[in-house]
Ligand binder design. Structure first.
Ligand code: 3HC
Length: 322
């Protein structure tokens, strides 16, 4: 009992003194399980997040837009790998995490269950979704778990390119023909509110925030980050002449922030329950990709087993002797 109290005391001292908790350090089981929950969902979001934009790679309007979109979608795959690797340091396995995603029991960001019917959606995702992800992920660079914080630092550097390329697409469309401007406004109208949901429920209804803030897994609350995103994005929309679809949006001098309308939490719950516009197709796409990639995983596992056994050393010697 005393031993356990000492461990808890040491853990809490490290958290209080802003020391990173590393995989080999003792940590409360609930700290570990909350990190596995959040980091695996984050990783799933990166991987599923490739799908909405991926379907525009073959239809990008110019070679430059295609190359930029290819690079962005490829980045997201890498972000997923950093995050799966960070989660694996907590004694969970990639197979366990993937099984949870593929059987539909694991969550990923609700935002990726919306369709991308026009090219402007690629711009809106980069500008708004990656813009929101940056606000959230810059805060997570200070998270108490070392591998997660270090993954965030690398991801944030790439995320800013994602946001800039999206904003440039929207700016180009907004300053283009009337039809292009309407396409950009339509995309903003469809992505604005689901993007605000990315930050999670209001603090009063967030079941994990209080403990996550205590353990410094989270450094700012859902509402604080959402407000930060709104404040910075309204000016960007004004700059390109697009209108945020919220008639209650109004600068509040006293608060020093924008007041905004109520989010449709019923829609949020429906999407989380799997009833969003694209939940099924996203899950089927991931299941199909996983099945199609089985031969690669099998070949790699045979290769690594042979390598472990030293078979390749024999083959190299044989090759040299030939
Ligand atoms: N989508 C899906 N589920 C959500 C959600 C969302 N937007 N917001 C909250 N939830 C879920 C939580 O996972 C939790 O469910 P669970 O208990 O089954 O895990 C429940 O709703 C209650 O929410 P809480 O606020 O209590 O949960 P958290 O404290 O975990 O806060 C979060 C939610 C703010 C999303 C936090 O988990 C977080 O910061 N995660 C890391 C960032 C992340 O995952 N971003 C997703 C987008 S990644 C991305 O956009 C990639 C970019 O490159 C495009």
């Amino acid at each position: 009992m005393v031993k356990n109290m000492e461990k808890i005391g040491q853990f809490e001292r490290k958290i209080a003194e802003e020391e990173k908790i590393e995989p080999k350090d003792w940590m409360p089981d609930k700290y570990r399980s909350s990190l596995i929950r959040q980091i695996s969902q984050h990783a799933h979001s990166e991987v599923v997040g490739q799908l909405p934009e991926g379907n525009w790679i073959t239809r990008a309007p110019t070679l430059r837009r295609k190359a930029t979109l290819l690079a962005k979608v490829q980045d997201e795959a890498g972000h997923g790998l950093y995050l799966y690797s960070a989660a694996e340091t907590l004694n969970t396995s990639r197979e366990e995490m993937w099984d949870a995603l593929l059987d539909g029991s694991a969550k990923y960001a609700s935002i990726f269950n919306y369709p991308t019917p026009t090219w402007a959606d690629v711009g809106a995702i980069g500008w708004l979704v990656d813009g929101a992800a940056i606000v959230n992920q810059i805060s997570l660079c200070r998270t108490s778990f070392g591998p997660y914080a270090r993954a965030m630092e690398r991801i944030c550097r790439e995320e800013s390119f994602h946001q800039r390329q999206g904003f440039e697409i929207m700016q180009t469309l907004a300053k283009g023909s009337e039809e292009q401007r309407e396409m950009a406004q339509d995309a903003l109208n469809r992505w604005w509110w689901p993007t605000l949901m990315m930050f999670g429920p209001h603090d009063a209804h967030s079941m994990h925030s209080q403990q996550s803030m205590k353990w410094k897994i989270k450094r700012q609350s859902n509402d604080e980050l959402r407000q930060q995103f709104i404040d910075q994005t309204v000016e960007q929309a004004d700059h390109i002449g697009l209108t945020i679809p919220d008639e209650k949006l109004k600068w509040n001098e006293e608060r020093g922030h924008y007041d905004f309308g109520e989010i449709d939490w019923g829609e949020f719950e429906r999407v989380l329950m799997g009833h969003g516009p694209c939940n099924q197709s996203r899950l089927q796409a991931r299941q199909k990709a996983h099945e199609k990639g089985a031969w690669v995983r099998e070949a790699l596992s045979v290769y690594t087993a042979k390598e472990k056994r030293g078979d390749f050393k024999i083959m190299e010697r044989e090759a040299v002797n030939e």
